[in-house]
Design a protein around this ligand. Sequence first.
Ligand code: Z16
Length: 810
Amino acid sequence: MELTKKEFIAVFKKRLNQKYAIDVSDACNSELYGTLCSLVKSSYSAVWRQTWKDFVKEHDKQTYYFSIEYLPGKLLKSNLLNMGWYDLVNSAFEDLGLDLNAIAAVEPDMALGNGGLGRLASDFMDSLASEGYPVNGNGIRYKYGLFKQRFVNGYQVELPDEWLNSDGGNAWEIRRASKSVLVRIGGHVRLVQEKNYLKPVYEDATLIRAVPYDVGMVGYHNNHVNTLRLWSAEIPESEESKYPTIEDRRQVEDITAVLYPDDSNESGRLLRLKQEYFFVSAGIQSIIRHYKKYGSPIDQISQEVAIHINDTHPAMCVAEFMRILLDEEHLSWDTAWNQTVRVMSYTNHTIMSEALETWTVPMLNEIQPRILQIIAEIDHRFVAALAGKVDGGLIERTRIISAGKVHMAHLAIIGSHSTNGVAKLHTDLLKSDVLHDFYTLYPDRFNNKTNGIAVRRWLQIANPRLAKVIDQSIGSDWRQDASQLLKLIDYSTDNSLLDQLGAVKLANKRDLTYLIKQETGITVSPNAIFDVQIKRLHAYKRQLLNLLRIIKLYLDLKQNPDLEIIPRVFIFGAKAAPSYHYAKSIIKCINETANLINHDATIQDKLKVIFLENYGVSLAEKIIPAADVSEQISTASKEASGTSNMKLMLNGALTVATLDGANVEIKQYVGDDNIFIFGLNKQEVYQYYRDHNYHSLDYYHNNPIIHRVVDTLVDGTIPNISAEGHEIYDSLTYLNDEFFVLRDFEDYLRVQDKVDETYRDQHKWNKMSLINIAKASYFSADETVKRYAETIWHVKQLSEKGDMNVKYPL
Ligand code: Z16
């Protein structure tokens, strides 16, 4: 039954009355928002329930995606779009004199993640539902998401993200108290011999109640809704008396209070380990409970359940799954192990050694002694099975526990049937270097799954102007099947379309200039090149390289104010981990440089530097459609994949890139002429490591431009950075520039000159832009998740995308 605008308006008014006892004319945006969410949620509920019933009835294999981070951002528009309601609601609201954008803005960003990894998990959730796969997410319902970033005197200041207390609240979640489970933490364990198994007897353990909050993941036009299940820690009713004071209670609630704000290095903190075990245990218990209720015999669980370990944070899945099969289901070790390895799969997201988690034996023992026992037994059997068969050094390097440390990546690889990297280059590096020892042991377990992005959110929702222009040329099939965007290639000589692309970009840039004015007070011209670097602040991502070039341009302009350059607005968005001192110093230096340049009258409009506060999903949705240039300039080999590179090209930005992560694949798709590549490649970086022959001081001393630019960090040219400037100066010179910033500087200048030259020919630029939009379709997450489903999880597609008979009853 087709939903009509008239019906919608009537039901909307009625719901507003019921919920808030108010009329449209008197309602504020948060009341309007609350009403719309309530309608949306109650309308997809029936479909959600049906999706779940179908899974159960058909005994379809299901996948559970375990991730300690999810970064969905806002869900209202995405739900409207996927339900097929977007245009109707938009026009109904116009009739009512309401602004959907303003109402949608009430929703707080759900920011339960740091960056790429969490956003990837959320893009996957959208695609998995949209492709009709039975895949559910499992994670943590943090009371506080990623900190809110403010700049005070150019320094980053972190404020708590109280998203649940905001006007929007969390409109999407359903608390399912009846599905709670108990998680045991701490204490001691003894094993007692029973007839056919060893029975663990626990003493002094703490019982925590894990309460699930479910969020519907609505598929695109396919009547399919998956579940994102997020766990919250509470005190079990039976244990209330053990927690007489508020302080005592906080010990428990703290487990799910806050997301750790470091995207690469959290091991060492007991509370983090507790979080990991908490959501792993709650998730695994609820999976097995459900399977026992509806599934086949327990020793065949791998036929109906797949579990995915997203980075090492949930690696304890392997041991927790074993624990239940052994201690509660009394399977033999071999049967349990066989099932576990078939069920588990693992994605590695980084080669940075500080991000490969390890925990000390005493810490694991303190969190869960039985889990430590099981990991020790897995380790023992791993060593015993290889002894005498392979070189002893290889065993020592790959075993799980060595030198008092538990290596979580080793546990994940040994305990699963699949390990994948997130871009071709990254996977090759895992095989040849970082995980080479494991690759020799298990060559068949390694595979690549290049990351992808949700084209719905990053084009249909974020860039409606572009979406419309695309519709007018190739039709709208691409909205269901991103690969249709390739048809745009046929239009690469269509001048009218190329002009329209230019006009869309200009309009989007104009929107962003308003936001910039509002946020920073600075006026920028939409006719300048908008040059964008948006990602976490990390030394290896080299925001510093970008900054040094900005300083070089500033010096050039100071020396010759009449210099003809194409005006550029440099736009940054980046959070630094609160404990990452160096990254915070870079933020300070960018902010002070921005201040200097933006207020220097002689520079006029030729150069502006804008560092927007509090970068996140919602801000990304505003910046990306307005970008001309995409900065993807990490030191080759360090960025596992990157995903902002994909989002920016999809929105027509041209990429300035090193041959790192997925940039390599972008270059292959668009061709050498449609991307700006510079800098060392992976082989050259590794050559320097092998030969120890990089001497950054040589570049500093021998290249007068580099010398002059680097000196501005310490000679007072840039005010208010005496400490930070020296810190960075030292890192580039005496500390030998770990990430080859000076080595790549000249080539970066060269390629940026090429960008300017190309931009002068708008026709050529727009044509390159068109090719980038078309080829970005290769990075549709819909395709990526298909490859996970078909080759790793072996789950079936249950419904097809593009069902025009979407049935969401009001
Ligand atoms: C993260 O966001 C990433 C890796 C990691 O180990 C931890 C976190 Cl929180 C990123 C990678 O740095 C990035 O290259 C990649 O695109 C992204 O994960 C998704 O795979």
